[in-house]
Design a protein around this ligand. Sequence first.
Ligand code: ADA
Length: 574
Amino acid sequence: MIRLFEEHQVRKTTELSSSLWDFCPVTGETAAPVQKVTVPSCWETYPGFEAYRGQGLYERTFEAGGDVRLVFKGVSHTAKVSVDGTVVAEHYNAFTPFEAILTDLTPGVHKLSVLVDNSFSETSALHVENDYQSYGGISRGVVLEQLSKHYIKQMHFTPVYKDGSWYAQLEIVIASLDNEPWKGSVRISLKESDTAAETVLYTENSNVENGSKENVDATNEIVIKSGLIACENVKPWAPEHPTLYTLTAQLFDTDGAAIDDLTDRVGFREVKVQGKDILLNGRKLRIKGFCRHEDHPQFGCALPLSAIMQDLQLARDCGANSIRTSHYPNDELFLDLCDELGILVWEENHARGLSEAQMKNPNFERQCEDCIREMISAHYNHPSIYIWGILNECASDTEYGKSCYKTQFELIGSLDPSRPHSFSSCRFKTDICFDLVDIVSYNIYPKWYHNTPVADYLDDLYKWVQTTEGAGKPFLITEVGAGAIYGYRTPAKVKWSEEYQVQALEEQLNAILSYGDCSGVYIWQFCDVRVTNDWWSTRPRTMNNKGIVDEYRRPKLSYETVKHIFSSVDTYRD
Ligand code: ADA
């Protein structure tokens, strides 16, 4: 399953998950055994490959001809894609989609080979030994699409609230696979649900010279920008009523024949920063959320829809209203569910705790920027995403580190000025990057890594921030928590016991949620997750055990504590 809805009616698509793939490890030794596997999946779930780090080859055939697009929603963590032995795409990073476009393919059966690599090396600046696992495999869906010579490459919808009314701003990119830019017409419609009547939002005829099309550039791509389109009587999207609309673009040739289409789901909501507050549709937000890794003992990072849904059901049962995708872009199925369930999402690019030296890896900047471009291009329309984050706990206390943060925030601002941006700092009173952010965000661990009383620590930190360029900006705690080994109970209430985690979270959450100038909190973390082997010494079971449920989603004692506290506060602040 790729999305919670059909993206195409005209464009023929086939999900290449219906039949099994051949898998074999690539170790340089003699022919390794080939086995049948499902895709998406992680090889750590195949018997004997639980700890395999290296290369694996996935192969299958597909039948197609003409102009074809292969879409990979996620391959962990590096992919080299070949068709009939010719390399057609290469991609780094497990967490963003990529494509291979094949033109004038001879009709018939073709061999698809995906060489996957999850090893650590200098060429990988982001997937490194870390406090989370870098799994191996084709971990998200693969789609085969039949293209026409001109097709809709991207459709972005920006909701705008102005003078008491809602507007839509549309930008669509029409690509060309031959040496002629598209000619014909495009029609974009909106409807609330299967019953509501369809409203035509926008039409464009390429023959009209003064149409709002631009950029017929060397690639023959055409970018159409609509300007503000009034959308009367629409209902806003919000956690308490997550109203979604279906946005459909249809592309016609000059004879009026439909040649392509693209459907997405959108919502009318506005996110703004105003003084110390984050406003959603004009109301002051209180974030009460979890940081969540895509990690599961039965699926690795390739969680199926039902497992993702279970996580969101548990989070909502706890009274949470937001998930932070720590520390990378998430599967679109997760985002579709959040759109539909009204769960706010802090989505961030892929990075965790990289030192200045690691940020100086020659591949770092390019790999970060590729991830940002792919994340925003693919996820732009999700109303649940209210903020873009970057570079969790990287070197925001050095001039070099700051130059990287600055470059990446400028890129985000150019790709999406409609959402605020931030990063999670752990640099206490040495951070020098708060002039770059819309919202100041900190990861803090009083009562875990140090036994400082939470209220004192929080007040001291917040008052220091008011002496920096972060003064007067919204202030979020994006991590707080404590470890507990599931099943370890002791009246001594020592660290790693479930009782201690209850005590710590009680003090942490009550102090943060009662602090007037704080816009909310994300608990670190939702569930226990695998970490890489180098982290064994500070991570019992070679796991990060700060979940309020364990890796099998079994609730620890703290689950009810969090549920009580989160359920006692509202999503909006006075
Ligand atoms: C950091 C980091 C998390 C996790 C956490 C912890 O804040 O952002 O990924 O490592 O610490 O468990 O200590």
